[in-house]
Design a protein around this ligand. Structure first.
Ligand code: UT7
Length: 329
């Protein structure tokens, strides 16, 4: 295991649940309006999973597409990593449930929890395992059913989130390294600004925790906004430095899609024009760990980027966590 390997990105895939929830639908549920949501966030609609549709179901669909686009069979994978904050259940991991759905036995599988930065943390983890020679081919998935931990009576949060999954297959290469850099950060002292209080060891599920509405996301939106902009700009700059590339070498920037105003503020801070920034928040809302990978897959499918292009992904989320990565797709 002394040899160092590069990482080749073989392919990507995504899946969105069929059901669309529009701003007009939300205006019938809480005191809000299409105008407020569009102008304050950029979101027009989001996808919502069915009652019986789980994070591993969405992950399975996205993974199947990624396997097809990579032209490999499930048996060639030797590690499954799933980034999620909405696992099917506490345990077994969503990665194990996905493994079962894919019909692959006896390979390593585990979940990773870094909220909206989960996919970037996943790229770092996959790269570390591949470059050290531990594993050859990694299926990395970001999958979320945030609608299931959303308080549908709270207009401050329920208009923001959606469901979806994205997948990437990364494999060992002796010739090239498509993951040029990854930069990660976290600060747990802000853990009470974006969190879900119930269900864990702090507040195990009881009738009281249900009555106190502890099982849905709580967010201090303004404070999160204020922290997100500088941290995303910092992460993007650090990952760029580590990659040895210049701003003008990057073909497309893919920021976490939490709020259009955050995306614009980060672009302004980095001095990047918006035509070099990928945006799909209007259709998806914020899908946490699935955001950057679904955006990347869409950018590839719609021809915004082509094989060989350089993409920088950057994210920020609960924890707080943040991170960025420069990849060649
Ligand atoms: O994924 C990473 C984590 N998430 C984020 O990065 C999200 C970060 N935060 C944000 O995107 C924004 O802070 C929000 C979109 C959540 C809120 O936007 P804001 O401009 O910070 O609004 P605000 O919270 O200051 O609220 C302004 C007003 C308030 O009314 P008053 O107190 O001024 O009368 C809110 O009650 O807007 C009201 N408001 C709404 N009105 C209509 C809040 N939500 C809504 C709503 N519809 N859905």
């Amino acid at each position: 295991m002394n040899k160092k390997f590069g990482v080749k990105i073989l392919g990507t895939g995504l899946y969105f649940p069929k059901k669309v929830l529009t701003n007009a639908d939300l205006a019938k549920m809480v005191d809000t309006s299409d105008e407020w949501i569009r102008t304050r966030t950029g979101i027009k609609e989001r996808r919502i999973s069915e009652r019986n549709e789980t994070a591993s179901d969405l992950a399975y669909m996205a993974s199947s597409e990624a396997l097809k686009s990579s032209n490999i069979s499930p048996e060639q994978i030797d590690l499954i990593l799933v980034a999620t904050i909405t696992p099917d259940m506490f345990f077994p991991s969503t990665a194990c449930l996905l493994q079962k759905k894919l019909g692959i036995n006896s390979i390593a599988a585990f979940d990773l929890s870094a909220a909206c930065s989960g996919f970037i943390y996943g790229i770092a983890t996959a790269k570390a395992f591949i470059s050290s020679g531990f594993y050859k081919t990694v299926l990395l998935v970001g999958s979320e059913t945030l609608s299931k931990i959303t308080d549908w009576n709270d207009r401050n949060t329920c208009v923001l989130f959606g469901d979806g999954a994205g997948a990437m297959i990364l494999s060992a290469s002796e010739e090239s390294d498509d993951v040029l850099s990854v930069y990660l950060g976290a600060d747990g002292s802000y853990s009470d600004l974006l969190f879900m209080p119930g269900g864990g060891s702090a507040n195990p599920t009881t009738i009281e925790t249900v009555n106190q509405n502890f099982h849905t996301m709580k967010m201090q939106g303004k404070d999160v906004f204020k922290a997100a902009v500088p941290k995303m700009a910092l992460a993007a700059q650090k990952a760029l430095e580590l990659s040895g590339k210049k701003l003008e070498d990057i073909n497309l920037f893919i920021p976490h899609q939490a709020n259009m105003r955050i995306i614009e503020a980060v672009a302004k801070k980095l001095d990047i024009s918006m035509d070099r920034v990928f945006v799909n928040i209007h259709k998806t809302g914020n899908i946490s760990s699935a955001t950057t990978i679904t955006a990347l897959d869409e950018a590839i499918k719609t021809g915004r980027v082509k094989r060989g292009d350089l993409v920088e992904m950057v994210a920020f989320g609960g924890g707080f966590t943040w991170g960025a990565s420069v990849v060649r797709i």
